[in-house]
Design a protein around this ligand. Structure first.
Ligand code: ARG
Length: 465
């Protein structure tokens, strides 16, 4: 037997020499995984209770473990807990402290489990809480969008394709497009939650455990829908984390598109909205500047979340079953994804009620791009012309408008009749922006009444989720 057994080292008896000092720091995760301390304690409390119910722990041991873990939770909350790199990660730090506090019962807590199923459980518990926070911010943003859309269900603005004025829409309708995206994002989050809310505890290191554990009991105590079906899979796959970052990437992609529009709209060239001062900053050199920092930053942050998705996919892709230390690298991308989502959604939800549209500029801009040309073509079709011919005739009318710097609605009846003698006085209603939007009354259309109904339906749905 070697005499210089390193007693501080994890699983120390196996090792004859101490870990290299740099390797100790290099392999430790406690600096970042201490964020899961509350979940680690929650998981341990449930595990201990289950161990007691099957007779592996006595009621006294369970009581000691509960008291010890509660004290540790207090120490962590008030900042007096001594985290140590020597104990490598959050799990070992808490267990070591528990043994300090309660002695031998603390050493029994790890019976029938491994850090492999423990960490997989902690991450799932952690993500569950994060999904709740993200959903709460998404909800706030959805409500803010509904409120703004309601106030502007009939505010006319140009709708764009290729960033060229295409057809008039209402600002409310445009905002409701954002609402729909967020609604799907929320559904995706719920779906992701379903798959991650499955309990790995009991898988132990990889093969399960020889103790007669009651996995249903632990799952129920922790609020998981059921225990996982395969121990090897439970400790190794991080697909739920990848799915979470994928959903997060889609949310951020949506916020990035939204940001891009807010940035464009607040520029002097568009001048569609006034960004609230509280969400902008000035320039250190140009006194006149008011920069839309919040949407710019959100647009920028979308990149890091997609980066985390790719990082986790690469982390996972070549790992053989079952657990590998590679998986320790899942934490930082996950934590940052959750933080980024909560913060960006919060900033948007806070900012949205203060967005003021410049109605007059929106209207003026909608008048400039021959936005009712399609309405004139549809009018000619109703008068009996084939759509392709109508398209051609309106093209000529637009050319006259461009040459004489007038909108279609500013051409005289006689001028319009050059392009088709079926055109009558009733054409001017069709050529008005109000007439154009009002005509699109079908489900999903931009008619103000339709938009108002869509907002009402969305609000009612929001109350039920
Ligand atoms: N800190 C580790 C992680 O994050 C915990 C699991 C360690 N398991 C092991 N067999 N080394 O994945």
């Amino acid at each position: 037997m070697s005499t210089n057994i390193n007693t501080e080292k994890l699983s120390s008896a196996r090792f004859a020499t101490a870990t290299d000092a740099f390797v100790e720091v290099f392999t430790a995760s406690v600096d970042f995984d201490q964020r899961m301390a509350a979940q680690d304690i929650q998981g341990s409390l449930a595990h201990a209770q289950m161990l007691c119910s099957i007779g592996v722990l006595t009621p006294d041991e369970l009581a000691a473990i509960q008291t010890g873990l509660q004290q540790i939770a207090v120490e962590i909350a008030n900042g007096t807990f001594q985290w140590s790199v020597k104990q490598e990660d959050v799990h070992m730090n808490i267990e070591a402290r528990l043994t300090d506090l309660i002695g031998i019962a603390g050493k029994k807590l790890h019976t029938g489990r491994s850090r492999n199923d423990q960490v997989a459980t902690d991450i799932r518990l952690y993500l569950r809480a994060e999904i709740a926070s993200i959903t709460a911010q998404l909800h706030r943003l959805q409500v803010a969008l509904l409120d703004l859309a309601e106030a502007h269900y009939n505010t006319i603005m140009p709708g764009f394709t290729h960033l060229q004025v295409a057809q008039p829409v209402t600002f409310g309708h445009h905002l409701m497009a954002w609402f729909e995206m967020l609604k799907r994002d929320r559904e995706r989050l719920q779906d992701c939650f379903k798959r991650l809310n499955v309990m790995p505890l009991g898988a132990a290191a990889l093969a399960g455990t020889s103790y007669p554990i009651d996995r249903h009991m632990t799952a129920e105590l922790l609020g998981f829908s059921h225990p996982s079906a395969n121990s090897l899979d439970s400790v190794s796959d991080r697909d739920f984390a990848i799915e979470f970052t994928a959903v997060g990437s889609i949310i951020m992609m949506h916020l990035s598109r939204f940001s891009e529009e807010l940035i464009l709209w607040s520029s002097a060239q568009f001048n569609f909205i006034d960004m609230p001062d509280a969400f902008c900053t000035g320039s250190s050199i140009m006194p006149q500047k008011k920069n839309p920092d919040v949407p710019e930053l959100v647009r920028g942050k979308s990149g890091r979340v997609t980066g985390h998705l790719v990082a986790l996919l690469m982390l996972m892709k070549s790992q053989p079953l079952a657990y590998n230390k590679d998986n320790q690298e899942d934490k930082e991308p996950l934590f940052d994804t959750a933080d980024t989502l909560v913060n960006c959604l919060r900033a948007f939800a806070d900012m949205m009620p203060h967005i003021q549209p410049n109605k007059a500029n929106m209207l003026q801009s909608a008048k400039q791009g021959f936005a009712t040309a399609t309405d004139l073509a549809d009018y000619l079709v109703r008068k009996g012309m084939a759509f392709r011919d109508a398209h051609e005739a309106v093209g000529l009318a637009v050319r006259l408008g461009i040459n004489t710097q007038r909108d279609l609605s500013e051409l005289s009846l006689a001028e319009l009749q050059q392009f088709s003698n079926t055109i009558g006085d009733d054409v001017f209603k069709v050529l008005s922006l109000e007439g154009s939007v009002a005509a699109r009354q079908h489900i999903g259309g931009t008619a103000p009444d339709t938009v108002r109904k869509a907002i009402q339906t969305a609000r009612a749905q929001l109350l039920t989720v």
